[in-house]
Design a protein around this ligand. Structure first.
Ligand code: KG4
Ligand code: ZN
Length: 346
């Protein structure tokens, strides 16, 4: 079975993984190492690009070594190397790309340049809680810090963009609203934790609810818009409808409800229109428990990769790399491979 070393360094996680499989099976993860810098960036309230690149330099080799040793694999047993080439922060991307290129140069292993977005899509092909491969055509809701879109994948490497956000991405909306509520960074997990605590408290019954807009919910298209949400929240805080920190939980639950409502309504609209064989939700925001719970109610067979494959990781890059290796063999030379901060999905 072909075995791929995958490297991901597009933002603030230095990640390496060993993935193997065949075209007929789910991609198996032999190791999946993520060195997160989230704590370092927290004091800046967001990712600080120079600091991210510096940290990648420190962490990249130990992370690759750990991925190999945890999988009990020698470099000589690898069949290929896959690395994220974009989109992302250019300084961060370059550290991973250079490491992969040098390793490919030394070992003469085939090298694959992977789009980070394609990686998120291929997280649905990783062996996870579901035990079968998704079937084409697959309808994807991809939701992360930089991206919210609906994509129809008719076959391997064939993507049709059905709709996307016209302003903020869903993760960005989580992060910005969390900041308004004083919930810190990274905002998505902090906000959903506050929302969950509120829902399971007695308060959730007695308090009057904060109602937030659901932009584009009824619009006859498959696009999203989330920037109005943070504006509405800011007005509610300014008007005194929300008092902080007392109403943190109540407001967090209202934000989460609004975002999940819109995401699932559009996913449902797309599913009705395109009648896919499988439905999958991928990207950092798919780590959200409320989204997972409500998505599973509406789409009983929905594929949502396990938590560790939702937020940025190298296993998903390994899955995309594996299928490129098996089906396309579109290898790149270590001399010419380049990072592209604004790479798009073909
Ligand atoms: O995919 P990802 O790790 O990085 C990008 O490619 O952007 O996604 C990060 C985004 C952040 O906006 C983060 O707040 C959000 O995913 N996120 C969450 C949760 N965990 C991560 N949003 C809501 N609920 C969560 N539990
Ligand atoms: Zn990502």
């Amino acid at each position: 079975m072909p075995t791929i070393l995958a490297i991901e360094s597009s933002c603030d996680e230095t990640a390496a993984a060993i993935v193997r499989g065949t075209a007929e099976t789910q991609a198996e993860v032999a190791s999946n190492i993520v060195a997160s810098q989230a704590a370092l960036h927290a004091e800046y309230g967001g990712v600080f690009p120079e600091l991210a690149a510096q940290e990648h330099v420190k962490k990249i080799l130990p992370t690759i070594q750990l991925a190999l040793s945890e999988a009990r694999i020698e470099i000589s047993e690898l069949d290929g190397i896959a690395v994220t080439i974009g989109p992302g922060l250019i300084g961060s991307l370059l550290i991973g790309v250079n490491a992969a290129a040098q390793l490919a140069n030394l070992t003469k292993l085939p090298l694959l340049g992977i789009n980070h977005w394609e990686g998120h899509l291929y997280s649905a092909f990783l062996k996870s809680d579901q035990d079968s491969l998704p079937e084409f055509p697959i309808l994807f809701l991809t939701v992360s810090g930089g991206h919210s879109s609906l994509i129809l994948m008719r076959n391997h490497f064939e993507y049709e963009l059905l709709g996307s956000t016209v302003d903020d991405a869903a993760g960005e909306a989580f992060d910005k609203c969390a900041r308004l509520l004083g919930l810190g960074y990274p905002g998505g997990p902090a906000l959903s934790k506050a929302a969950a605590a509120f829902r399971s408290s007695d308060q959730s019954q007695s308090e009057t609810k904060l109602s937030l807009p659901r932009p584009m919910l009824d619009a006859d298209n498959l696009n999203f818009s989330f920037s109005g949400l943070k504006t509405a929240l800011r007005y509610a805080i300014d008007r005194g409808d929300v008092t902080l920190p007392a109403d943190q939980g109540l407001a967090a639950a209202a934000v989460e409800d609004a975002i999940v409502d819109v995401l699932l309504a559009k996913l449902e609209r797309a599913a009705k229109k395109h009648n896919p064989a499988s439905v999958a939700i991928v990207g950092g925001v798919s780590a959200n428990q409320e989204l997972r719970r409500r998505a599973a109610e509406r789409f009983p067979n929905v594929i949502i990769p396990q938590f560790s494959y939702s937020t940025d990781n190298a296993a998903m890059i390994g899955a995309a790399g594996l299928y490129h290796f098996l089906l396309k063999q579109d290898f790149v030379s270590p001399e010419t491979i380049t990072a592209n901060a604004s790479l798009r999905l073909a």
